[in-house]
Design a protein around this ligand. Structure first.
Ligand code: PLP
Length: 366
């Protein structure tokens, strides 16, 4: 918030547009933010970092630009059963335009991806695999490095949805060798309305722009337009340079805390909360993968998730309830929705105790 105020009060001018002081200062901030993101995910070049409105927009960009360039009727996009709607619907929308099919890799009862089944679904028509790093419902941490290696053996590029992972675990795009990766600023303590699309330079160069407008062009005539170099080709219009500066500030903050330390502490909270919650009579945890992030979805016998959520809210405890933007997953799990407690580095064991106490009170009431 301090960074946002600083930007609005000291360097508020449009980027890449003027030789005047404020425009240059804002441009320098915006490009420095891009380098911060590059370093945070260890991209090979800042040109591989495209600023977007969020993970959702980033996936829509890839669905539209990648598929229009590389897919033809009958081609397939492979996703998993635990995807967020934002990694399902963009492929369906594009699929309708081009006659593409969506293939879905199944999960087991614990909420783990069945890698063998995923591999069986790969065909000569598979053009891209899009998979979440961490499930927002189950907390499952997918073996994305293995998936990427497997996909590359078949010459298939991979998009990683890192919306739920960059804030909880180290993400190194070069070590992973992923082709695209997306995340949202607001889930990593930055402002809303900003996000990132990482793409390997060769892919970003190979696919057409998603939107047209100012900034993204090299020359324009009424007959033909040539496009700007990366990453500007994908950043039509005025970017949210205030938001990107604040995102970079948030990333610096997370880096200063140490992502490994965050992961370690959150895992401790997860273990503690899991043990405590399992002591509640009738409570069932949905998502019990061996490798889990610090979210716990649960149901308590005879208590609707909305009732649980509403009553916990009265006690000042915020949990998510419902389908968590993953309706197909809910259907597969045979539930309408769940209650989900998510733990971040700022949560404490005392807060876990309060949550458990609250649930026990509600169980008694029912
Ligand atoms: N992917 C996952 C796994 C998510 O949990 C979310 C949001 O909850 C998204 C994508 C979409 O993020 P956004 O709404 O910030 O675009």
């Amino acid at each position: 918030m301090d960074k946002i105020t600083e930007m609005y009060t000291t360097v508020n001018a449009n980027v890449h547009r003027g030789v005047h002081f404020l425009s240059q200062a804002a441009t320098e901030e915006h490009e420095a933010s891009r380098r911060t993101v590059q370093q945070f995910i260890n991209a090979a070049s800042a040109d591989e970092i495209v600023f977007t409105r969020g993970a959702t927009e980033s996936i829509n960009m890839v669905a539209s630009s990648f598929c229009s360039r590389f897919c033809t009727e009958g081609d397939e996009i492979l996703i998993t059963a635990m995807e967020h709607h934002s990694n399902i619907v963009p492929w369906q929308l594009q699929g309708e335009k081009q006659g593409l099919k969506l293939r879905v890799a199944p999960i087991n009862e614990e909420g783990e991806l069945l890698l063998d089944e995923l591999e069986k679904l790969i065909s000569t028509r598979t053009k891209l695999i899009a998979v979440t790093h961490i499930s927002n419902v189950l907390g499952t941490i997918n073996p994305i490095k293995e998936i990427i290696q497997l996909a590359h053996r078949h010459d298939i590029p991979v998009l990683i949805d890192a919306a739920q992972s960059v804030q909880h675990t180290k993400v190194d795009v070069q070590a992973l060798d992923c082709d695209f990766l997306v995340f949202s600023s607001h889930k990593i303590y930055g402002p809303t309305g900003v996000g990132v699309l990482y793409g390997k330079e060769r892919w970003l160069n190979a696919i057409p722009p998603y939107q047209g407008g100012g900034e993204m062009i090299e020359t324009v005539t009424f007959e033909k337009t040539t496009f700007n170099k990366l990453p500007y080709k994908f950043e039509a219009g005025t970017p949210d340079y205030i938001g990107t500066a604040a995102l970079a500030t948030a990333l610096d903050y997370v880096s200063a805390l140490g992502i490994e330390e965050i992961a370690h502490y959150e895992h401790e909270l997860l273990t503690y909360a899991t043990e405590k919650l399992l002591q509640v009579p009738g409570l069932r945890i949905i998502g019990t993968a061996g490798n889990k992030s610090s979210v716990i979805s649960f149901l308590v016998d005879g208590i609707h998730p909305y009732d649980m959520g509403t009553l916990l809210d009265r006690m000042g405890i915020a949990v998510r309830t419902g389908h968590h933007c993953a309706e197909p997953l809910m259907r597969q799990l045979g539930v309408d929705g769940t209650v989900r407690a998510s733990f971040a580095f700022y949560n404490t064991k005392e807060e876990v105790d309060l949550l458990v106490k609250g649930i026990l009170r509600i169980v008694k009431m029912f």
